[in-house]
Write a protein that binds this ligand. Structure first.
Ligand SMILES: *Cc1c(COP(=O)(O)O)cnc(C)c1O
Length: 420
C-alpha cells in the first residue's frame, strides 16, 4: 500500500488496523530481521499483492478455467509457469499452492496412497513439520520413517539413511530442511532412492532463491522427480508455494493441487510470483544470493571467534544454529527474548536429539537473507555477531541491554528496508 491517499483513507476508516500497520512497519525498520525463513519482498511484489488480480476467481489452469474473464489471469499464470521452469531447469511447474504446507501436501496426496511409507529427516535434525511431524495431519495419513544426522560431525548420515531405506522400503524419499546448515550432494539421495525403487522429492523452501541464483546445487540437475519451494523466503516473492516436477508427474501434480486440495488460486500471488521469477533471473539477484552466503560465512566465523558454539561448527548456506545452552548456559527461548530486547529478531530452535522441550529448546536459529536484502555486508556481520555474543553473555542486565539496543538502532538506521 504505497499510495498515500489510500493510506489516509485507511487511517480515517479504520484507525485500529492502520495503527497496527504503522507499528509493524516501524518494527521492521528499527529492528534487524535474522530469522532465516524471513525476508523483505521485492517492492514489485508488494504492488502486485495489492492489485486487481486479488478480485478474480480462476479455478482450473490456463485455457481450462471454470469461469469467464480469464484473458489476463491466463497470461499471468502462463508467464509464471514458463519463468519458473526456465529459472529452475524444470520440465513442469505448478504455481498455485497457497503456501509451503499445502504444496507439500499436494505432492504426497498426488503421488502416493494413504498409508504409504515416506522417508524424511527427523524434525530435531532439521526436517520441517510438513515432513510428517506427529502433530501434522500428513503424519497421521502416511507412514513416516526417519533418518538423522551423524552426531560426530552433524552431517547427514547416508549409511544409516540407506539402512533405514532398505529396511522400510519407502515409496518416497524427502530431503530439504528448515534448520540444517549444510549443503549436500543430491546424487547421494538419488542413489539410495533408486536402490529401493522410491521417488525423490527435495523441499528447498529455504534455499529456493539460492538455487535460482545458481549459488547452491539444484536437485533437479541430479534427476530428482519433484522439487518444492516456498516463494517468500530466500526468493523474496509473495507468500506461496511452487511445485516443479518431471513431465510424467505433471497431470497428477496439477490434479492434486486443483481440484484435489485447493479451490481458486490467489491470482494476486501468482502475478507477484511471475514478477519474482523474472527478478530472480537477473544478474543483480545472483549478486544478492552470493552476498547472502558470504554474509552467513562471515557471521558464523565472527560468532565462533567469540566462543559461540554452532551446531555442525558452521554453515554452507544462509542459516546457522547456535547451541545457546552449551555456549551461555541459557535455553533458546531465553536467548530469543534477550535478543528481542536488543532489537534482533531470531527464533528458538531444537538441536539434534535435543534433551529440552520444543518451547524451551537448547538452540537459536539465525540467517542472513533479510539483513543482506537491506544491503548489509561483512563489516555489519561482525557488529551483529558482537551484539549477539554480548547480549547473550549479559542476558537480563537491563543497562547493558539498552546500550546494545542502541548499537542495533545505529546499524539499522543506515540500511533502509526495501519497499517500505
Ligand atoms: C517454510 C517451510 C515450509 C512451509 O511453508 P509455509 O509457507 O510456512 O507453509 C515447508 N518446508 C520447509 C522445508 C520449510 O522451511
Amino acid at each position: 500500500m504505497s499510495n498515500s491517499t489510500e493510506r489516509t483513507r485507511l487511517a480515517q476508516s479504520d484507525p485500529d488496523v492502520y495503527l497496527a500497520l504503522k507499528g509493524e512497519e516501524a518494527r521492521q525498520r528499527a529492528g534487524l530481521e535474522l530469522i532465516p525463513s524471513e525476508n523483505y519482498a521485492f517492492p514489485e511484489v508488494l504492488t502486485l499483492l495489492g492489485s486487481a488480480f486479488t478480485n478474480k476467481y480462476s479455478e482450473g489452469y490456463p485455457g481450462r478455467r471454470y469461469y469467464g474473464g480469464q484473458e489476463y489471469t491466463d497470461r499471468i499464470e502462463t508467464l509464471a509457469r514458463d519463468r519458473a521452469k526456465a529459472l529452475f531447469r524444470a520440465e513442469h511447474a505448478n504455481v498455485q499452492p497457497l503456501s509451503g504446507s499445502p504444496m507439500n501436501q499436494a505432492v504426497y496426496l498426488g503421488l502416493l496412497e494413504p498409508g504409504d511409507t515416506i522417508l524424511a529427516m527427523d524434525l530435531s535434525h532439521g526436517g520441517h513439520l510438513t515432513h510428517g511431524a506427529p502433530v501434522s495431519h500428513m503424519g497421521r495419513l502416511f507412514n513416516f520413517v526417519r533418518y538423522k544426522t551423524n552426531p560426530a560431525n552433524g552431517a547427514i548420515d547416508f549409511d544409516s539413511l540407506a539402512k533405514v531405506a532398505r529396511e522400510t522400503k519407502p515409496k518416497l524419499v524427502v530431503c530439504g530442511y528448515s534448520s540444517y546448515p549444510r549443503d549436500y550432494d543430491y546424487a547421494d539421495f538419488k542413489r539410495v532412492a533408486d536402490e529401493v525403487g522410491a521417488l525423490t522429492m527435495a523441499d528447498v523452501s529455504h534455499i529456493g532463491g539460492l538455487i535460482a541464483a545458481n549459488v547452491m546445487r539444484n536437485p533437479l540437475d541430479a534427476g530428482f522427480d519433484v522439487m518444492t519451494t516456498t516463494t517468500h523466503k530466500s526468493l523474496r516473492g509473495p507468500r506461496g508455494g511452487l511445485i516443479l516436477c518431471k513431465e510424467r508427474f505433471a497431470k497428477k501434480i496439477d490434479a492434486s493441487v486443483f481440484p484435489g486440495l485447493q479451490g481458486g488460486p490467489h491470482m494476486n500471488q501468482v502475478a507477484a510470483a511471475a514478477a519474482t521469477f523474472r527478478l530472480a533471473a537477473m544478474p543483480a539477484f545472483r549478486i544478492y544470493a552470493e552476498a547472502v552466503l558470504s554474509n552467513a560465512k562471515a557471521l558464523a566465523a565472527a560468532l565462533t571467534a567469540r566462543q559461540v558454539k554452532l551446531v555442525t561448527g558452521g554453515t554452507d548456506n544462509h542459516l546457522m544454529v547456535i547451541d545457546t545452552m552449551a555456549s551461555f548456559g541459557i535455553d533458546g527461548a531465553k536467548a530469543q527474548e534477550a535478543l528481542d530486547r536488543v532489537g534482533l529478531t531470531t527464533n528458538k530452535q531444537v538441536i539434534p536429539d535435543d534433551p529440552l522441550p520444543p518451547m524451551r529448546p537448547s538452540g537459536l536459529r539465525l540467517g542472513t537473507p533479510a539483513a543482506t536484502a537491506r544491503g548489509m555486508g561483512l563489516a555489519e556481520m561482525d557488529e551483529i555477531a558482537a551484539i549477539i555474543a554480548e547480549a547473550l553473555a549479559v542476558e537480563g542486565d537491563a543497562v547493558a541491554e539498552s546500550i546494545l539496543a542502541n548499537r542495533t538502532r545505529a546499524l539499522t538506521s543506515r540500511f533502509p528496508v526495501p519497499g517500505l
